[in-house]
Ligand binder design. Structure first.
Ligand code: PXL
Length: 270
């Protein structure tokens, strides 16, 4: 298995490519990268971060790969630097044949867009998200993509309607994250156009950054090992919870989760 992952390099902060590379590699998936931007840190909780947009390098990288006849089994996209990179991301299809195109919208959480993103970015991201084979939105991203008000705690029926609408817009399988059940657990809904499957587990109320990237990277690696989307989503949810638990109590460590220490148990569970 050889994939290409397109997202930023946040040099410090345990997110995007510094999460995707180790997790996918540990899961036995060769991971090439298409870096969208280089930041000194991610944009949540750090002030004055540097941001170097790499958009103008990306065409050249793809052209070289094409000349070399390079191809991949799948593509996995996350945080892009700006809306112009959506068109580059869409071109990754040329490199993956019939392989899955997996998109983590990675543009917002808790009802807000990440700093620097606006309605135009969301509009551009619709083109990418609605052409994905597997879409991994949280509720913030799902509602923004559909242009509906943010629902923090939708009922199961509302969550199903959101997943159904995303499917109608063109995404083939939807893994909707951040749902709540009556007992206060957190969970997800997987909809592949045939059935809705849900999975809930313990919710830890502390908010750590980068958990969406840990979830997405684990999902991608496990899915490509041959697990179904639902099984991969369950493994990714369990692993993200384990990483959060490992990080709880580590002072000053809200910027990311200590996924490294949990990788051996993830591998042992497969
Ligand atoms: O975890 C998503 C993410 C990735 N990359 C950068 C971010 C964020 C979320 O804020 O700022 C640079």
């Amino acid at each position: 298995m050889k994939i290409v992952s397109m997202q930023d390099v946040s040099c410090y902060g345990q997110c995007s490519l510094t999460v995707a590379l180790p997790i996918c590699s540990a899961l036995g998936v060769e991971t090439a990268i298409l870096p969208t931007a280089i930041l000194s840190t991610h944009t949540s909780g750090f002030q004055g971060f540097t941001f170097r947009d790499l958009s103008s390098d990306l065409e050249g990288i793809l052209a070289h790969w094409k000349k070399e006849g390079i191809s991949f089994s799948a593509a996995y996209t996350g945080y892009l630097g700006n809306e112009s990179e959506v068109d580059i991301a869409l071109r990754l299809r040329e490199f993956i044949g019939q392989g899955p195109f997996i998109v983590d919208p990675a543009f917002g959480d808790h009802g807000c867009l990440y700093p620097g993103f606006d309605a135009d970015y969301v509009k551009a991201m619709r083109r990418l998200c609605f052409s994905s084979d597997i879409l991994l939105p949280n509720l913030t991203e799902a509602c923004a993509l559909l242009g509906i008000p943010y629902l923090e705690k939708p009922s199961l029926e509302q969550a199903k309607a959101i997943a159904f609408s995303l499917k109608e817009k063109g995404a083939k399988t939807i893994v909707l994250k951040g749902l709540s059940d009556e007992e206060g657990n957190i969970g997800l809904l997987v909809y592949d156009g045939k059935e809705f499957q849900t999975y809930f587990h313990e919710r830890i109320s502390t908010n750590f950054h980068g958990t969406g990237d840990v979830f997405a990277s684990t999902f991608v690696g496990v899915y490509l090992k041959g697990y179904s989307a639902f099984e991969a989503a369950k493994k990714a949810g369990d692993f993200t919870l384990a990483c959060i638990k490992k990080t709880l109590g580590k002072e000053g460590h809200l910027y990311g989760v200590c996924f490294e220490e949990c990788l051996p148990s993830l591998l042992a569970s497969l």
